[in-house]
Design a protein around this ligand. Structure first.
Ligand code: BES
Ligand code: ZN
Length: 627
C-alpha cells in the first residue's frame, strides 16, 4: 500500500495498467498538445485538413510512434522542425480492429528520433462514416439548416483526429475550423479572436489539459444568449428563448458546485442545446456541455441533467478515469454530486424522489446483467478488454457508484465527507487515475487520525464484487408512500382515473406512478390513462419514457404508434436504449423493435446504433469474451 501511495506523486500518465482500448504506448511517447485545422465538407460529410501533435519522447530508444485512428485517410505525415523545416516521415496503417480501429505507426529515422519535444503534422480526411460524427440534414434540425456534431466518449475521437485516444493522456488543444459562411462552429474550448471578423472561420484554444474524449465540435445555425457572467446558452435561433428560460438557474448551479467541490477551473460554463437526434441527455464537454433538447421540459423539472453535466467539471473533466474500466470514477462521483446539488438547489424531497426512482432501475439492471450472463459487469471496476467500452455504460457505474459514495458519506458524516471530496479533487486535479490509485488514496486517507472505520474488505466488495454489497445503505422510498397508496387504490378500482390527484404531481411522481404499474394492468385502465392525461410521445420526456415502457410491458397495442413516433423523434441513448431493452424482453416485442429500428436507425448516432444492435441482435460469444 505504501508503494502505491508513493506512486501517486508521479505524473498520472505513468500510473496504472495500460489502457486496453488504445494503441498508444505512453511509456514511449506522450502527446501533449494537439492543433487541428479542419474544413467541414457537408456535401461529402467529411472533415479535411491537418492535425499537428506536440509529442514528448519518454523512451529515448523509441523509434515508432503509435497512434489511434478509425477510418481516417492519411495523405502525408511530416516532422516539423523547430526552424519550421519539414521532413517527410514514413507511416503504416494497420488493418482495422472492429473495436479499436487502426493503429497508425509513424517511423522516426535515426536522424530525428532523439528530440524530447517534436511536432508531427498529419494531413488527412475523415471517413463519411466517422463514428464520432453525426451529420444532420436540415430536416433533422429545428431551423432547417445543416448541422454537425462530434461525440468523443468513449473511443470515437480517433475517428476524426489521429492521436493517443486514451483518457490516461491529457492534452491542451487549439483549432481552426472552417465552415459554410452561414453556420457557426463551437467547441469545448475558449473562442479566440472576433467571431464576426471572417464568416465561416473560427478559432479555439483549450489551455487546460483534457483527455481526448472531451475534444468536441458542433457546427450549425447557432445563437448565444448570456445567462450570467460566466454562463450562457447556445442553440438554434427558434429554441433560444425557451432554452434560456429553462436553464435560468445555471449560475446558481455553478456557484453551488463550487461550494461543494472547490473552485471551477474552466472559466466559463455554457450549454449547447442540440437537435433531437443528439445521442445523449447531456455530454460534459468542458466549458460547453452538449445537452439534449428533451431536457427543455418547460418547467425546469429535468434540470438534474444539467446539474449532472456541470458536476463532471470536477469528476470526469478535472479528475478523469484513466481507462474505461474505471468509468465509475467519472459517473459514480458525478451522480453523487448531482444528488447533493439537486438537494441543495431544489430540496431534499426532489432529491430523494430521484434517488428512489434510480434505485429501482439499478436493481433491475443488476438482475438483467445476471440474466445476460454478465454478472461481472455489476462490479464497479469493469473488465472491458476486447469489448466496446460503451458497453460499460449502465446504471452500475452511475447508481452503484453513487451509493458507494453514499456509504462513505454515512461512515464519515457529511461535513467530514465534504472535506474529503474537496481534497480528492484538489489532490488529483488535471490527473487521470484508475480504481487502484483511488483505492490506495482512500485507504491512506482512512489511515489518518480521526478518520472513520471502513475496512479494505468493505471497500473491495463495492469495487470488485458483483451485485449490491452488504454495506449498501437503506434507500428511503417513503417519499413515495402516499403516492404508492393512491396507485394501489386506483388499480383496485377504489379511485377513478379522473379522480387521481395528478394536479399536485411533479413529473417524478408521474414516473413513479407509471413505473409501479404491473404488466397485467387491464387495457381499459391503460386506455383511460392515455385519454384522460394525453399520455403519448409528446410532453415531458421522462413521463413519456415511463408511459411507453408500460405500454411495452403491458403489450398495449393501441399506443404502439406513439412508441414508434417517440423512437423516430429522439436519438438520446437513455430513451432509446431503455425502450429497445424493454422491447427485446419478448419475442413479439423484439419483432416490433426490429421493425421500428429499421426506420429509426438512420437518425441515430453510430454509437447509439451499436447499443441498440447489441440489444436486438445479441452475440453472446462476443459479449462474454472477456469474462
Ligand atoms: N458522459 C455521459 C454520457 C456518456 C456516457 C457518453 C458514456 C458516452 C459514453 C453523460 O454525463 C451522462 O451521463 N449523460 C446522461 C445524463 C445523466 C443525467 C445521467 C444521459 O445521457 O442520459
Ligand atoms: Zn455523466
Amino acid at each position: 500500500m505504501f508503494a502505491m501511495l508513493a506512486m501517486s506523486v508521479l505524473p498520472a500518465t505513468v500510473l496504472g495498467a495500460a489502457d486496453p482500448h488504445s494503441y498508444a504506448e505512453i511509456d514511449k511517447f506522450v502527446v501533449r498538445h494537439v492543433a487541428i485545422d479542419l474544413r467541414t465538407d457537408f456535401e461529402a460529410q467529411r472533415l479535411e485538413g491537418t492535425a499537428e501533435l506536440a509529442v514528448e519522447q519518454v523512451d529515448p530508444n523509441a523509434a515508432v510512434l503509435n497512434l489511434d485512428t478509425r477510418g481516417l485517410e492519411i495523405s502525408t505525415v511530416h516532422l516539423v522542425e523547430r526552424s519550421g523545416r519539414t521532413r517527410v516521415l514514413a507511416f503504416k496503417m494497420a488493418d482495422p480492429d472492429p473495436i479499436l480501429g487502426s493503429k497508425l505507426s509513424i517511423e522516426f529515422p535515426h536522424c530525428c528520433a532523439a528530440t524530447s519535444q517534436m511536432r508531427i503534422r498529419i494531413a488527412y480526411r475523415t471517413s463519411s462514416e466517422a463514428s464520432a460524427l453525426q451529420w444532420l440534414s436540415p430536416s433533422q434540425t429545428y431551423d432547417a439548416k445543416p448541422y454537425l456534431y462530434s461525440q468523443g466518449q468513449a473511443i470515437h475521437t480517433r475517428s476524426w483526429i489521429p492521436l493517443q485516444d486514451t483518457p490516461s493522456v491529457r492534452v491542451t488543444y487549439e483549432a481552426r475550423i472552417r465552415t459554410p459562411a452561414d453556420l457557426v462552429a463551437v467547441m469545448s474550448a475558449a473562442r479566440v479572436g472576433d467571431p464576426g471578423a471572417s464568416p465561416g472561420e473560427f478559432r479555439f484554444e483549450m489551455k487546460q489539459p483534457i483527455p481526448s474524449y472531451l475534444i468536441a465540435l458542433a457546427v450549425g445555425d447557432l445563437r448565444f444568449q448570456a445567462l450570467g457572467d460566466r454562463t450562457g446558452v447556445w442553440t438554434e435561433p427558434s429554441r433560444l428563448a425557451a432554452a434560456a428560460r429553462e436553464f435560468g438557474d445555471l449560475s446558481r448551479m455553478l456557484e453551488a458546485g463550487e461550494r461543494m467541490a472547490g473552485p471551477y477551473r474552466w472559466e466559463r460554463y455554457d450549454l449547447l442545446v442540440m437537435p433531437r437526434a443528439f445521442a445523449y441527455g447531456g455530454m460534459e464537454n468542458p466549458r460547453l456541455s452538449f445537452i439534449s433538447p428533451s431536457t427543455v421540459a418547460g418547467d425546469r423539472s429535468l434540470v438534474s441533467v444539467i446539474v449532472h453535466e456541470l458536476a463532471h467539471s470536477w469528476s470526469g473533466n478535472l479528475v478523469t478515469n484513466s481507462t474505461w474500466d474505471d468509468f465509475w470514477l467519472n459517473e459514480g462521483f458525478t451522480t453523487y454530486l448531482e444528488h447533493r446539488l439537486v438537494e441543495a438547489l431544489y430540496g431534499a424531497r426532489r432529491a430523494s424522489m430521484e434517488d428512489a426512482i434510480a434505485y429501482q432501475e439499478l436493481v433491475q439492471t443488476i438482475k438483467d446483467l445476471e440474466a445476460a450472463g454478465l454478472p461481472g459487469d455489476s462490479a464497479l471496476h469493469l473488465d472491458l478488454a476486447g469489448r466496446d467500452p460503451n458497453e460499460g455504460t449502465s446504471d452500475v457505474a452511475y447508481q452503484k457508484g453513487r451509493w458507494f459514495l453514499g456509504f462513505l458519506e454515512e461512515r464519515f458524516g457529511r461535513p467530514a465527507f465534504d472535506t474529503f471530496l474537496r481534497e480528492y479533487f484538489e489532490t488529483h486535479a488535471f490527473r487521470s487515475i484508475d480504481t487502484t490509485t483511488f483505492r490506495a488514496w482512500l485507504l491512506g486517507y482512512l489511515g489518518r487520525p480521526g478518520a472513520p472505520a471502513v475496512t479494505a474488505a468493505e471497500i473491495d466488495e463495492w469495487l470488485y464484487r458483483p451485485g449490491l454489497p452488504a454495506t449498501m445503505p437503506q434507500v428511503a422510498e417513503d417519499v413515495f408512500a402516499a403516492l404508492d397508496a393512491v396507485a394501489a387504490d386506483w388499480r383496485a378500482g377504489r379511485i377513478a382515473t379522473a379522480a387521481l390527484p395528478v394536479k399536485a404531481w411533479m413529473p417524478q411522481e408521474w414516473v413513479r406512478f407509471l413505473d409501479q404499474q404491473p404488466a397485467d394492468l387491464e387495457d381499459a385502465k391503460l386506455a383511460e390513462l392515455r385519454s384522460t392525461f394525453k399520455l403519448g410521445a409528446d410532453g415531458n420526456a421522462e413521463i413519456a419514457l415511463s408511459w411507453l415502457e408500460l405500454v411495452i410491458r403491458a403489450q398495449y397495442e393501441p399506443a404502439y404508434p406513439d412508441l414508434e413516433r417517440f423512437l423516430l423523434d429522439t436519438g438520446r441513448w437513455r430513451l432509446v436504449e431503455t425502450l429497445f431493452r424493454e422491447l427485446s424482453r419478448t419475442g413479439s416485442g423484439r419483432a416490433l423493435g426490429e421493425r421500428i429500428y429499421a426506420k429509426a436507425k438512420p437518425g441515430y448516432h453510430q454509437s447509439i446504433q451499436d447499443a441498440v444492435e447489441r440489444l436486438l441482435f445479441p452475440r453472446p460469444e462476443k459479449n462474454g469474451a472477456s469474462q
